[in-house]
Write a new protein. Structure first.
Length: 278
């Protein structure tokens, strides 16, 4: 009987995510993957020391990297040096690499919330009552502040991003495995980001999300495209999460959850094939 692939599943089961239970999602998802793989769960701080004994490392709900940046950098360096397969692959151009992509997408004219990181570019932002100021290395709303336009001149620039605060109707997220759309969820109440309901996307919605999936050129992995619906009815990108997107799998119908697990299992098998990894 051939040996089953061994996966090191990286998760912080104790991370106190606001409005979400990381542990429940990862306990359920990892147990489902055991049908095809031998799996061990570990904390992100232990991943570098343990990963040599596995065929691949699967990074899931491991929490904001800024809480353990030095250890994460060491993990990436060791994975690169040893040729370790990491899923998602560490070639993502979006949140995995920081917030620079928001600046790049703004410059390229993509439908994204306009973003600048220099005081001389403030004139490129539309007028707004307040502006979101966030750390360049931020995550999970850590360090987020809202300031009126006159206070923008008081900011200390260098490691911050500034965006207009958008008056949006709701937020919506599109979930992908590789380049295949799986499901969408939306938060009808703008004040309750993680109170989500199933959402039936239109063809235009999916075309919007696809632009960012294509831009990221991440051949394999899980991605979440977060957007907001403006008062005018347009979608604007809020975030392209390609490192460890929370999936809200407990909020989708059972058949949708099963289809996601099937797609993820197939993606992992493809990733583990010798020809799929340089």
């Amino acid at each position: 009987m051939p040996a089953r692939p061994r996966l090191l599943y990286v998760t912080d089961l104790a991370y106190p995510a606001r409005g979400r239970r990381y542990c429940d999602e990862d306990i359920d998802l990892s147990s489902r993957l055991r049908a095809d793989f031998d799996i061990a769960l570990c904390h992100p701080l232990d991943a570098a020391a343990l990963m040599d004994g596995f065929d691949a490392v699967v990074v899931r709900n491991s929490g904001p990297v800024l809480h353990y940046q030095q250890a994460y950098d060491a993990f990436r360096a060791r994975a690169a040096a040893h040729g370790t397969r990491v899923y998602n692959p560490l070639t993502g151009r979006a949140d995995m690499a920081g917030k620079q992509y928001l600046l790049d997408l703004t410059e390229a004219g993509f439908p994204v919330i306009p973003t600048v990181d220099r005081p001389e570019d403030l004139g490129r932002l539309p007028e707004a009552d307040r502006y979101a100021v966030k750390p360049t290395a931020g995550a999970d709303s850590i360090g987020l502040d809202f300031v009126p336009r006159p206070r923008l001149t008081e900011l200390t620039w260098g490691d911050i991003l500034v965006q207009p605060r958008i008056d949006f109707r709701y937020e919506v997220s599109f979930y992908y495995v590789d380049d295949a759309f799986q499901y969408a969820l939306h938060a009808p109440d703008p004040e309750r980001r993680w109170v989500l309901e199933p959402y039936a996307p239109t063809d235009a919605d999916l075309a919007f999300a696809r632009r960012f999936i294509d831009w990221n050129t991440l051949d394999q992995g899980i991605q979440r495209v977060d957007a907001c619906r403006t008062r005018d009815g347009d979608l604007l990108l809020v975030e392209l999460e390609d490192l460890n997107p929370y999936l809200s799998l407990d909020l989708v119908p059972g058949r949708t959850r099963d289809a996601f697990v099937t797609a993820l299992t197939a993606s992992l098998h493809r990733y583990l094939e010798p020809t799929s990894h340089g």
